[in-house]
Design a protein around this ligand. Structure first.
Ligand code: ADP
Length: 241
């Protein structure tokens, strides 16, 4: 699903968090929103998700205006850094949740849900952990389950806010490889927020650099890295290696 962001602005009290953001994301693209803390990354992601409303501008999904539509209708899945799994539910139940709460007409049968959850467990390589509770999992395992849960409803857009931020380097690397692979194999469009330039350079098809609520630069990792357009981007990328 393509996402077209036109002239989005957002002010909190008198603070301008986003100024006139214009960005077109193509179907299947994996886009990183990169920038220092406070640059507006999360606000933009929340507006795309429908969790926050913009003061002005529009967001179109596949050419259709989604203003006022619920996040469920937008077919978006979320993964956040501290996206708590339901503590009283097993891994299996956590992943099945989004399917079980569907209106009865759209709810798959028990057998179909079971098959789907097992497929997702296998996709995130967590087959053996179906009966565990979140407290019995490591941070990396929990985040894999959060990814499986987000994917259960077959989102056409996946929005990730610092999804791997709290994990150690090895797990982070494994999960970002996994996200890349998911993109190479499934027709899903993803936007992920990160302040980790290495992560953005490593997995994204395109990097959008935000600074003080404005798009400072965007391009493929090579374009952004090889040709930083101003001192801000240059300094920001300067400490990658
Ligand atoms: P980033 O994700 O790049 O760190 P954010 O989008 O979270 O940046 O925030 C951008 C700016 O907007 C920050 O200065 C933040 O304090 C401010 N901000 C974000 N959400 C709110 C809010 N609900 N109320 C007031 N200010 C906010």
């Amino acid at each position: 699903m393509s996402i077209e962001i036109t002239s989005i602005s957002k002010t909190f009290e008198s603070f301008k968090a986003l100024s006139d953001i214009n960005l077109k994301i193509n179907t299947g693209e994996l886009v990183a929103l990169l920038g220092p803390s406070g640059s507006g990354k999360t606000t933009l992601l929340r507006i795309i998700a429908g969790l926050e409303t913009a003061d002005s501008g529009s967001i179109m999904f596949d050419g259709e205006d989604n203003t006022g539509k619920s996040t469920q209708d937008r077919k978006v899945g979320f993964v956040f850094q501290h996206y708590a799994l339901f503590k009283h539910m097993t891994v299996f139940e956590n992943i099945a949740f989004g399917l079980k709460v569907r209106p009865s007409k759209l709810r798959p049968s028990k057998e179909v849900i079971e098959k789907k959850v097992n497929e997702l467990l296998s996709l995130v390589k967590m087959e053996e952990l179906a009966k565990r509770y979140p407290s019995q999992l490591s941070g990396g395992q929990r985040q894999r389950i959060a990814l499986a849960r987000a994917l259960a409803v077959e989102p056409r857009v996946l929005l990730l806010d610092e999804p791997f931020g709290a994990l150690d380097a090895k797990v982070r690397k494994d999960l970002r490889r996994w996200l890349r692979k998911l993109h190479d194999e499934y027709p899903i469009t993803s936007v992920f927020v990160t302040h980790d330039q290495e992560e953005a350079l490593d997995v994204a098809d395109r990097i959008v650099i935000l600074n003080q609520g404005k798009i400072e630069q965007m391009g493929t990792p090579e374009e952004v890295y090889d040709n930083p357009t101003n001192p801000f981007v240059y300094n920001f990328l300067g400490n990658v290696n």
